[in-house]
Design a protein around this ligand. Structure first.
Ligand code: HEM
Ligand code: MYR
Length: 407
């Protein structure tokens, strides 16, 4: 029987529910009309990120490519083509670029905080998306006139929300991807014909002039897809920021510990936000060639899903996984396979998220801002969140009022 509908009904818990029911971290089912293996846990992640065992070509469903990922992007490449493209992404994540990201994020939060002083109420999610859209474009050297900030934020948000949606919402994501690709393609063309001269180490410059393994420039559309693979996920960090705001509100004792803006404590807190709250549910791959693992046979071409959320909540990895405890990261062993909110394994040779380090920088700065740089009241609201809807968010999007800046 095909269980695709159950994925939508059970969302983040689809795999975990069956792991518990079958008393096994691995099981087989049918999804989108084909056989699929689902698995969770540290050993499953170690297997999934073994490049000899799985490929990504043909793994992501069409609807994901048409909305979230884009076609021809790094997520769909394998082997030397992947390594070469991924190296370009990772070259943009150097120490200076991370520091730059931190400073840009701070600047835009402080500007937003000053605007909020004259507002009745503020919705953190919406504000975070707009702040991060400005941050993303500034960091990437993509020109964003202030008059277009709201529109472009909406385009990225629509792509993120469309992936697991149906009807109008899904179609909107597809059409906004088209608009966004056209917008960025025009910029790539302008860089190539000398009309735009972004700094040499910027995302826009690097991607516009990147050459593939045959020394050809990327076609304009692929270059746009990859630039959007930087901009869109930075806007998506707003989801983590919204959950961070929720954690600050719900954990006054943990918040107090952050008063000195100690970097290690900020880091523990955001790591726990990334572990605890549901965000990217699972990642797909296909079996590269037949093999047997722990008695289970994996046949060439079979769709395989690794449960990221389930691994981050696995009871044999995490003590009391359903409690929010940032201090647990004082004792975390740093394994690339047991804490995998943005994928696992290696950033350079595997598909682990290229933006993991900048996500951490944005989150630490956003946490420090929300916990220490402004004062505000929290009106009564519905902060619950769904495990069915992907991506999930607190229903109220976190509303605050009577904001005062402390800087
Ligand atoms: C890949 C999650 C932020 C760029 C991924 C993957 C996940 C993920 C689960 C796939 C891992 C795999 O296929 O094994 C997230 C989450 C984020 C986030 C939850 C928080 C918002 C970012 C940011 C950037 C980024 C800020 C860039 C600035 C990428 C790219 C890939 C990727 C380029 C493809 C890597 C590859 O296929 O080799 N991300 N990501 N992500 N992410 Fe992120
Ligand atoms: C990004 O923009 O790449 C980062 C985060 C977006 C998360 C959106 C999660 C929604 C559901 C995705 C299902 C993916 C199945 C492959």
């Amino acid at each position: 029987m095909d269980h695709s509908l159950n994925v939508l009904r059970e969302g983040y818990l689809f795999i975990t529910n069956r792991n518990i029911g079958f008393q096994s971290d691995i099981f087989e089912t049918r999804l989108l009309g084909e056989r699929a293996i689902c698995m969770r846990g540290e050993e499953a992640a170690r297997l999934f990120y073994d490049p000899d065992k799985f490929v990504r070509t043909g793994a992501a469903p069409k609807r994901v490519l048409k909305t979230l990922f884009g076609e021809g992007g790094v997520q769909t490449l394998d082997d030397s083509e992947h390594h070469h493209r991924k190296a370009m992404f990772m070259s943009l994540m150097n120490k200076e670029a991370l520091q730059q990201m931190r400073m840009i994020t701070r600047k835009h939060w402080e500007l937003a905080g000053s605007r909020w002083e004259s507002a009745d109420q503020v919705e953190i999610y919406k504000e975070a998306q707009e702040v991060l859209c400005r941050v993303a474009c500034e960091w990437a050297a993509v020109p964003l006139p202030e008059s277009e900030a709201t529109e472009k934020t909406g385009w990225f948000a629509a792509m993120i929300e469309a992936t697991a949606a149906f009807g109008i919402k899904h179609r909107k994501g597809r059409s906004t991807r088209g608009q966004a690709e056209e917008w960025i393609q025009r910029l790539v063309a302008d860089v190539r014909n000398g009309v735009l001269k972004p700094p040499e180490d910027s995302v826009l410059h690097t991607m516009s002039w990147h050459r593939d393994l045959t020394c050809e420039l990327l076609d304009e559309k692929t270059a746009a897809v990859e630039i959007i693979n930087i901009l869109r996920p930075i806007v998506a960090v707003a989801i983590y920021v919204c959950f961070t705001a929720l954690a600050i509100i719900q954990q006054p004792d943990e918040r107090k510990k952050l008063m000195t803006s100690d970097e290690k404590l900020l880091k523990n807190f955001v790591q726990e936000v990334r572990r605890f709250y549901p965000f990217f549910p699972f990642v797909p791959a296909r079996v590269r060639k037949d093999f047997i693992w722990q008695g289970y046979s994996f046949e060439k071409g079979v769709l395989t899903l690794l449960d990221l959320y389930g691994t981050n909540h696995h009871p044999s990895i995490w003590e009391q996984p359903e409690l929010f405890k940032p201090d647990r990261f004082n004792n975390w062993n740093g394994s690339p396979f047991n804490f995998i909110p943005q994928g696992g394994g290696d950033h350079d040779v595997g598909h682990r998220c290229a933006g993991e380090w900048i996500t951490l920088e944005i989150m630490k700065e956003s946490l420090d801002f929300l916990a220490n740089k402004i004062s505000y009241e929290v009106p009564v609201q519905d902060v619950s969140f769904s495990f069915q809807k992907m991506p999930s968010l607190p229903h109220s999007r976190i509303i605050i009022q009577r904001v005062k800046t402390l800087y």
